[in-house]
Write a protein that binds this ligand. Structure first.
Ligand code: ADP
Ligand code: MG
Length: 618
């Protein structure tokens, strides 16, 4: 999603008319709505003055829908009908979440999973729509008018299905989506980094259940997401869980029933949050058997027992830096996002990692909503002279299958979008009139190790000798991340094309696995590539020799023919094996053996060409 904003049709505002637009951070744990008033962005509070809306929805048997704090209160009594972290289910099928421990009754359906609740069957889109509707109502009441639209943020890693599901939820909630915006990009906007001098910034986002790190680069007013990485199973919840285990140990308990466990988890979260401000805290809870837990916890112990979780964020940070080909020294500033980055030991670790204190003057759990509000303000036409140019990247390389089952990468991973790249390919056989185009995604060298995205065929290529046709294949990824591939034969102009969604259905984990596979197998892949290349090279010599023998075999005497045939058979035999060196040597020998033959064929072709002409004609 690029943010090259020129003008949105129908949205140019009449002078002095302020159009109401909001930014919404639709978070896994908490959601917020913000707007720009009198030039500055602010989060809108509920009637009780709270800006955070817990992303929790309770469905009652009497069809009542409760959202936020009130729903959170029902969670302990009625977990099966209280949906939390619904963002994890957006655009996902049942198999994607099969191993997650949840209290829900899932309904297996093709496409996105659904939840069976007391108020009926709900899809994650409907649950998200209920959260969005609550925020829309809050905004309209507080601003006193109807909204022209909203910018809604999504994780940089969200794929097409997840983005589409988010858009659908907004539409269902009666919101006009001005744009989906990546969360790190929104945070950068909130900090005004787009107005800063040039430099590279890191956005470190530790939320309730996910960790995301992004590297943004600003050059000559152009803001670009250079790389993203993260851990979809790491967040504040893990700190709560670790603390929960510690409390059990301290209280000498081994196991609790579900209800007590949830109560204690809530206590753990409260203790964790208290320790951000205080040196120690008292944890007290009354269990269902009337026994009482009462333990003291110091910030020091809390930090010790959770330090390994903080350290777990280091690997994705390093990976993102490596992908962007940068070191920590190249980073000009670090933006902290997500409630969990309030913890002092998280801040210390980040400062240590980058050798400088992170930016913290904005509230880490509001920063995304604030940036989204600023973007919404521009898109609604309230501010005409802005020229943000913000670019996103594609997470995995896109390429084509070439001879020998190899993948030729056309657009490397982490290329900024929108992007277009073209590469020329040629035919492999004489007289070849069609070419199969197989589009793949992934980092590995072999087709079998990458993900197949689409196939199509270019037909009607004029018959030519192998290698003469020039087929230009263009890959284009538009601002919404949609890939289209087209192929055109240059001399005849025949063309074919296809549109594919490159990231459809790929989860972070899959992307992560495909990346780590490509690193682990770098050695094997190199060997496999060598072998496949040797085979392709040798096969083309074998084919050319066979064609030449058929056409001009009479130029050879019996001995010469014998020598060529022997070399030919040896090359074919080597090709059937899998020794790249042997294949190369045999192909080279065939080349040598047919060298004279080729020269004689050339002479014949020339004399045929000269036949009937006088030298003076030339
Ligand atoms: P998400 O992006 O997942 O919706 P948030 O950015 O709202 O999440 O972060 C929620 C997490 O932040 C929760 O785990 C919460 O306990 C944690 N958190 C909020 N305030 C504090 C605090 N003062 N100290 C430590 N953790 C906090
Ligand atoms: Mg968040």
């Amino acid at each position: 999603m690029a943010l090259l904003q020129i003008s949105e049709p129908g949205l140019s505002a009449a002078p002095h008319q302020h159009r109401l637009a909001v930014g919404i951070d639709l978070g896994t744990t908490n959601s917020l709505v913000a707007t720009v008033r009198s030039g500055s962005a602010a989060c809108l509070p509920d009637d009780d003055g709270r800006t955070l809306l817990p992303s929790v929805v309770h469905y009652g048997a009497d069809q009542t829908v409760t959202v936020g704090h009130a729903a959170q209160k029902r969670q302990n009594q009625d977990p099966a009908n209280t949906v939390v972290s619904v963002k994890r289910f957006m655009g996902r099928g049942l198999t994607d979440v099969a191993d997650a421990a949840t209290p829900y009754r899932f309904v297996d359906e093709p496409g996105m999973l659904k939840l069976s609740t007391a108020a009926g069957i709900k899809s994650p889109v409907e649950v998200s729509a209920d959260i969005l509707r609550a925020l829309r109502t809050r905004a309209e009441q507080s601003l006193g008018g109807e909204l022209v639209g909203a910018v809604i943020t999504v994780p940089a890693y969200f794929d097409d299905a997840q983005r589409q599901a988010t858009k659908d939820a907004a539409r269902l909630a009666g919101l006009n989506v001005l744009r989906l915006l990546n969360e790190p990009t929104a945070a950068a906007i909130a900090y005004g980094l787009d107005n800063a001098s040039e430099g590279t910034y890191v956005v470190y986002d530790l939320g309730g259940g996910t960790f995301d790190v992004s590297i943004l680069e600003l050059t000559r007013g152009v803001f670009e997401v250079r790389a993203t990485s993260g851990d979809s199973q790491l967040g504040g919840d893990d700190f709560d869980h670790r603390l929960y285990c510690w409390i059990l140990e301290a209280a000498g308990l081994s196991q609790l029933n579900d209800k007590d466990a949830r109560l204690l988890l809530t206590k753990a979260r409260q203790a964790k949050e208290a320790l951000t401000e205080h040196a120690s805290t008292q944890i007290t809870a009354k269990l269902s058997d009337d026994s009482v837990i009462d333990v003291e916890l110091t910030a020091e112990i809390f930090q010790q027992i959770t330090d390994h979780l903080v350290q777990k964020t280091v690997t994705p940070v390093r990976r993102a830096l490596r992908d962007a080909r940068l070191t920590a020294d190249d980073i000009k500033g670090v933006v902290l996002v997500g409630g969990a980055t309030r913890m002092p030991h998280v801040r210390r670790a980040v400062a240590q990692l980058f050798g400088k204190p992170p930016l913290t003057n904005l509230d880490p759990d509001k920063v995304v909503a604030l940036g989204a509000a600023m973007q919404a303000n521009v898109l609604a036409g309230n501010k005409g002279d802005d020229d943000w140019l913000l670019l996103d990247v594609i997470p995995l390389s896109l390429g084509l299958e070439t001879m020998g089952g190899l993948v030729e990468k056309v657009i490397p991973r982490n290329s900024t979008i929108p992007t277009a790249r073209a590469q020329e390919f040629t035919t492999f056989k004489d007289g070849q009139t069609a070419m199969a185009i197989h589009v793949l995604q992934g980092e590995r060298e072999l087709v079998t190790d990458c993900r197949s995205l689409a196939r199509f065929e270019l037909r009607g290529i004029p018959a030519m000798v192998a290698g003469a046709a020039r087929i230009r294949v263009t890959f284009q990824v538009d601002a919404d991340g949609l890939l289209s591939v087209s192929a055109q034969e240059q001399s005849s102009g025949v063309q074919a094309s296809i549109v594919v969604k490159p990231s459809y259905g790929l989860s972070d984990d899959e992307i992560g696995r495909m990346l780590s596979d490509s690193m682990a197998h770098a050695g094997d892949d190199l060997e496999a590539r060598k072998l496949a290349e040797a085979r392709v090279e040798s096969e083309s010599i074998v084919n050319a020799t066979l064609a030449a023998l058929e056409q001009d075999g009479d130029l050879l005497n019996a001995d010469e023919r014998q020598a060529v045939d022997t070399a030919l058979a040896a090359a074919q035999a080597a090709n059937a094996g899998s020794n790249a060196n042997l294949i190369r040597t045999a192909a080279e020998a065939l080349n040598q053996a047919s060298g004279d033959f080729a020269a004689r064929r050339m002479d014949r072709a020339v004399s045929r060409g000269l036949a009937g002409h006088k030298v003076s004609d030339f």
